[in-house]
Write a protein that binds this ligand. Structure first.
Ligand code: NAP
Length: 328
């Protein structure tokens, strides 16, 4: 009989997420039913949205206490009663934080694509960056594009895609080291260290004509500051608001939102789940950029299922550079 070791939600968080919110258990898995297949999970995708799923109903229902932590992951089919997913198929899907997952559907990972890329640049993360830049931000060559969370998974790709489209790209990130990586290795034109710099003053220096597209990953005070410096017809891409995810209270609304009116700006949120029809276009755009070195896809790897809670908490302290993955 197959078994799985899994991490469950022990206690719904009402403040910074930590070890006390999780429990580990080993359970026997029932025999597969028709249509099911068993995946030996090799990698987990650690995403800020997991923190939201642990606490509230959002675009998906809240994870119930006692249930496995919901998460994307990837691995290999080791037993199957579904002819579309024979033994040996490599897949990515909603595996949860566990060593073995029973699924009924998943994405097939194409031959030659490593698991790390399937869960980052060629997965949900890369698609989020692509849709945010192309479809929501509608960037044009020559636009001034500001990206917060610039050294993170989505932000690092979003900024590079804007750069490849001929934009002037300014990142915002949480340390001098991250800013150096963003400019020197990723090719952003500038990067503002929001922990050390006066962001408003630095933005006026780096974006003297104002901001055409703001790709927001963080919300809060940084969103408010950028809203104060948008240009006419600006597009504000509401991708995420991580500065508020790990606390019990919502931050105050941005006072500069009113600037959207005289600037005739568009503020649009989106959820990547609605945009999987764009996955082919995203891969067709990013694969050649990756192959010729114009696109850097960085992964931040932590080892072992037991490290998943700490890896999640690390997203809120800025421990990661690039896409956080757990290798099982
Ligand atoms: N709309 C969608 O469908 C969708 C899909 C995927 C992701 N997202 C969102 O996109 C954002 C980025 O996700 P990701 O997976 O790429 O994570 P990530 O950027 O790799 O990791 C989170 C980063 O956020 C920064 N951060 C944490 N707390 C912050 C704060 N208080 N103020 C400013 N920055 C803070 C940290 O970097 P620093 O060291 O720079 O602070 C940290 O490294 C998240 O808000 C996520 O929810 C949305």
């Amino acid at each position: 009989m197959a078994t799985t070791t899994r991490i469950t939600l022990a206690r719904t968080p009402d403040g910074p997420v930590g070890e006390a919110n999780f429990a580990t258990e080993e359970v026997d898995l029932p025999p597969l039913a028709d249509g099911e297949f068993l995946v030996a999970v090799r990698w987990l995708s650690i995403d800020p949205t997991i923190r939201g799923w642990m606490a509230y109903d959002t675009y998906l229902p809240k994870i119930a206490e006692g249930d496995v932590i919901r998460s994307l992951g990837a691995g290999e089919v080791v037993e199957s009663r579904n002819e579309k997913y024979p033994v040996g198929t490599r897949v990515s899907g909603v595996t949860g934080w566990q060593t073995a997952a029973v699924l009924t559907s998943a994405f097939r990972i194409p031959d030659g694509v490593p698991y790390e890329q399937a869960l980052s640049v060629f997965g949900m993360t890369g698609l989020t960056a692509f849709v945010g830049i192309e479809d929501i931000g509608r960037v044009q060559p020559g636009d001034t594009v500001v990206v917060s969370g610039a050294a993170g998974a989505v932000g690092s790709i979003a900024g590079q895609l804007a750069k490849a489209r001929g934009c002037h790209v300014v990142g915002i990130a949480g340390s001098a080291e991250k800013c150096r990586w963003v400019t020197e290795d990723l090719g952003f034109d500038a990067c503002i260290d929001y922990r050390a710099d006066d962001v408003a003053r630095a933005l006026r220096r780096e974006c003297p004509q104002g901001v055409d597209v703001y790709f927001d990953n963080v919300g809060g005070e940084i969103l408010n500051t950028v809203l104060g410096q948008i240009r006419d017809r600006a597009r504000v891409v509401m991708c995420g608001a991580i500065s508020g995810y790990d606390s019990a209270d919502l931050p105050p609304g941005p006072a500069n939102l009113v600037n959207v009116i005289p600037r005739r700006a568009t503020v649009q949120g989106f959820i990547v789940l609605d945009h999987y029809d764009r996955a082919g276009a995203a891969i067709a755009t990013m694969a050649p950029l990756l192959a010729d070195g114009q696109l850097v896809s960085q992964v931040f790897i932590v080892d072992g299922l037991a490290a998943a809670p700490e890896a999640l908490a690390g997203l809120f302290t800025g421990a990661n550079t690039g896409k956080t993955l757990v290798r099982l």
